[in-house]
Design a binder for this molecule. Structure first.
Ligand code: HEC
Ligand code: HEC
Length: 381
């Protein structure tokens, strides 16, 4: 990784860390759950009702986001546990507020073998604890991974290894926006699923969706228009819809208005807007824009973040295709490029004729507390 990139990522993580420390210093709220360190074994976290047969506790409900994160082709299963009787506060449609005690798990398997299960739990009004468990060879249980992560846990292609991220890396993605939860939101759970979304898993019976949350009264304050018309990405074509959704999950966790890299002016997170506001940040901040990173083999001055009709001169695509540590995007969490999705992005760029017809006004990046904080130099890792 380049020194600059490493520094920016550490800044992302350091801001998140500083936020968590400030929260702890701010004192506990009445409904804090005891913040014991995460248990040493996955079987002790409450995921399973039967710890020997590995049968999932029925209170942990499966779900699948319509735009999943690419993790080198891992097969994933996800569960959520909402505390009994508690509801999600959905008044801010892009930032659901979860009851303290909410727990999420996400299991990764390669070639039919479970490799890793990630977990986070809301332990105070503004704090989530992260943990990750590495599966034993006998596949009977998984053990807690140290905060620094674990390298080389599964070979995903000859000589290419899946690594379990460190907690700083978890937070670089999960703490860089206004919400830690990335795959359980109005857009991700919408019943109006995108048929072109790359690698989307089918909805199975019993999975939580936006409609089921409403029907089971597990959500409060959701705008009624989203109940009658489930949210969908407003692309001008079906391909654009899928591309914007893909970029939102895979890139928008860091490239958003609240993150400490907001000053790049590249906003790929898709926000569900009120009917009157502009929604197309990812169009307005990429098409025809000159970024700081120039495509190395593009003739001078012709590199763009997205160059309409010219995928080869489009930095967004070239960095997503790259797996050189200094240029790859995302910079962490993957060692193989996502060929299926990149075919779709290429098709989208090829078909673009120019900037969006009615470009959205891009306001100056939000100066959040995180963005204002000086780049803390953290050592230790
Ligand atoms: C490269 C960015 C990235 C990194 C690094 C990362 N995650 Fe995630 N994670 C995501 C995204 C995006 C989703 C939602 C999409 C999906 O599940 O496919 C997600 C989903 C999850 C979920 C399900 C709840 C949710 O937010 O949807 C859990 C639990 C989770 N991650 C835990 C972790 C833990 C623990 C770590 C570190 C060991 C980690 N993640 C590292 C991006 C990341
Ligand atoms: C874990 C956080 C993270 C994720 C996820 C991420 N990026 Fe980045 N990105 C960065 C950082 C930090 C920089 C600035 C340093 C650099 O340019 O290497 C950056 C820079 C960029 C730039 C250069 C912007 C410019 O002004 O030239 C592009 C283009 C880009 N990213 C595209 C993407 C795409 C496309 C994805 C998803 C496929 C993505 N990024 C996912 C952290 C991230």
């Amino acid at each position: 990784m380049t020194r600059k990139l490493t520094r920016m990522l550490l800044t992302l993580a350091a801001c998140a860390w500083a936020g968590a420390v400030a929260m702890r210093a701010g004192g506990a709220t009445d409904n804090d759950v005891p913040s014991a360190p995460p248990p040493g074994r996955l079987s002790e976290t409450g995921l399973y009702a039967d710890r020997d047969a590995l049968i999932i506790d029925q209170r942990n409900r499966p779900f699948t986001p319509q735009y999943p994160l690419w993790s080198d082709g891992a097969a994933k299963r996800r569960w959520v546990r909402l505390p009994d009787g508690a509801t999600i506060d959905a008044r801010d449609v892009n930032r659901w507020d979860f009851p303290v005690g909410t727990t999420f798990w996400k299991e990764f398997a390669f070639g039919g073998r479970k490799v890793e299960t990630r977990m986070f739990r809301k332990v105070a009004r503004d704090r989530w604890d992260f943990a990750s468990y590495a599966w034993q060879d006998d596949q009977r249980d998984a053990t807690l991974v140290p905060r620094d992560g674990l390298a080389r846990v599964a070979e995903v292609a000859p000589g290419k290894w899946h690594n379990i991220p460190s907690h700083d890396e978890c937070r670089a993605c999960h703490d860089a926006g206004r919400t830690e939860v990335l795959g359980f939101s109005a857009l991700q759970l919408s019943d109006d699923r995108d048929p072109l979304a790359p690698h989307a898993e089918p909805l199975e019976p019993g999975m939580v969706t936006l409609a089921s949350l409403v029907a089971e009264r597990r959500i409060a304050g959701l705008a009624s228009r989203l109940i009658t018309t489930p949210p969908r990405v407003a692309g001008r074509t079906p391909v654009e819809r899928a591309v914007l959704g893909y970029l939102s999950t895979n890139c928008g966790s860091c490239h958003n208005r609240e993150s400490s890299i907001a000053s790049l002016g590249l906003f790929l997170k898709y926000a569900i807007a009120s009917p009157r506001t502009c929604t197309a940040d990812a169009l307005a901040t990429t098409i025809g824009h000159t970024g700081h990173w120039a495509v190395p083999d593009a003739p001078d001055g012709t590199s763009r973040v997205v160059a309409p009709g010219a995928p080869a001169r489009s930095a967004l695509l070239r960095r997503a295709q790259s797996r050189r540590p200094s240029s790859q995007m995302p910079p962490i969490g993957t060692v193989l490029a996502d060929r299926d999705a990149l075919r779709l992005v290429t098709e989208w760029i090829d078909a673009l004729e120019g900037p969006p017809a009615a470009p959205c006004a891009v306001s100056a990046p939000a100066t959040t507390a995180a963005a204002r904080r000086p780049a803390t130099s953290r050592t230790g890792r």
